[in-house]
Design a protein around this ligand. Structure first.
Ligand code: B12
Length: 318
């Protein structure tokens, strides 16, 4: 028998441990649970809806892809989860590898479930699986970057704790570091340095940009975040860099940053390319133009810009 719908999404979040975001995505993409609506269009969940979400969550945690189980009836889900529980100590998880291989969204969802469960081991496992199944470009642009994006949204909504975010940032940082270390680049290849300017503490964008550069055949050095113009220019000179990558994420209204950017161009001279990106970069457009910085819109565009620049650099040398 159906009980009257009556719980807000906040209650569902508390009872299931899923984020509001994941619940909405599961509804929109897979119609996993479609709640009733109030007259003002707010979602209202019944006890059955909440139980169903709990079963779905357990099945996903056991390694099933949400896309493949969302249509199952609740009794079928219960059967599936119980079978998993019975088999768990004996067998490897019965993940659907074929499905996983094609869909970065599945890795993303599972990574988010791991973040919400403060489960660093599982988060790392999902990222490693994604790195095996996907090209490096898809891994970075369709799993790692959206993962940070979603973590930011959930954190803002209050459905994720600061500790979840810190754990996720630490796992992602070391995961990107491992990818970076796995490339072999010719010593003769041009050099690039990547960082964030003084006052910019978010380092993941610069790290991602570093990996993109390495995968495009550049010798890339990540300098860490928050560097004054003098330090960036000094490191670029020491490395003989042909390009500097800057990530600008937050804040978007730092009164000192414009001066830093213009100073950096002066210290670098005319021959070193400056490429800047990140969600707050557009707020410094005037200064970035003065600093003759190229501003690729995203990591894909950065890839194209670096490919072009590398060709120009090599043909200028030859
Ligand atoms: C991890 C994180 C932190 C960590 C940072 C850890 C670290 N070591 O980096 C910590 C906990 C320190 C932190 C602190 C804060 N954070 Co924070 N943080 C994040 C989070 C979740 C991820 C940041 C990140 O790495 N993003 C990944 C980059 C890759 O994303 P992106 O900027 O969109 O970049 C894309 C492109 O722009 C491009 N790109 C990036 N860099 C470059 C460079 C080049 C050259 C190119 C071409 C492209 C490019 O690549 C990306 C893919 O397309 C974001 C959420 C988010 N969506 O980003 C919030 C976020 C950036 N933080 C935010 C806030 C508010 C804060 C704090 C003020 C919170 C607080 N109250 O203390 C502090 C501020 C600290 C400070 N003084 O700067 C807000 C900023 C809001 C705003 N107005 O913009 C965000 C957006 C979260 C949110 N939605 O509210 N944060």
């Amino acid at each position: 028998m159906e009980s009257t719908p009556g719980h807000s999404i906040k209650v569902v979040v508390r009872r299931t441990g899923l984020s509001a975001h994941v619940i909405r995505v599961w509804e929109k993409r897979y119609q996993a649970v479609v709640p009733a609506r109030t007259t003002t269009n707010r979602r209202l969940y019944s006890d059955e809806d909440i139980a169903r979400l709990q079963w779905l969550q357990q099945a996903v945690q056991a390694g099933h892809s949400i896309g493949r189980i969302a249509h199952l009836s609740t009794p079928e889900l219960m059967k599936l989860v119980r079978a998993e529980q019975a088999a768990a100590p004996l067998a490897q998880r019965t993940t659907d590898k074929e499905d996983e291989k094609k869909d970065p969204g599945e890795f993303l969802e599972r990574a988010l479930v791991a973040v919400q469960g403060l489960d660093a081991v599982s988060l790392k496992e999902q990222l490693v699986r994604a790195s095996i199944a996907l090209s490096q470009q898809h891994l970075l642009e369709e799993v790692v970057q959206p993962l940070m994006e979603r973590i930011g949204q959930m954190w803002q909504e209050g459905t994720l704790r600061v500790s979840d975010e810190h754990m996720a940032s630490a796992v992602v940082r070391s995961f990107i570091g491992n990818i970076q270390a796995s490339f072999q680049v010719s010593k003769a290849a041009p050099h690039v340095v990547a960082t964030t300017p003084a006052g910019q503490l978010h380092e993941m964008g610069a790290l991602l940009a570093t990996v993109v550069a390495t995968s495009e055949g550049w010798n890339s050095t990540f300098l860490g975040p928050n560097l004054p113009a003098e330090e960036i220019a000094g490191a670029a000179a020491q490395k003989g860099a042909k390009a500097v990558l800057l990530s600008i994420v937050y804040p978007g209204d730092d009164p000192h940053l414009g001066g830093e950017l213009v100073k950096l161009r002066r210290l670098l001279g005319d021959d070193i390319a400056l490429l800047a990106g990140g969600r707050a970069a557009q707020h410094y457009r005037l200064f970035l133009d003065q600093a003759r910085a190229v501003t690729p819109a995203n990591l894909s565009d950065l890839r194209d810009s670096l490919r072009l620049l590398r060709q120009e650099t090599i043909s200028a040398q030859g």
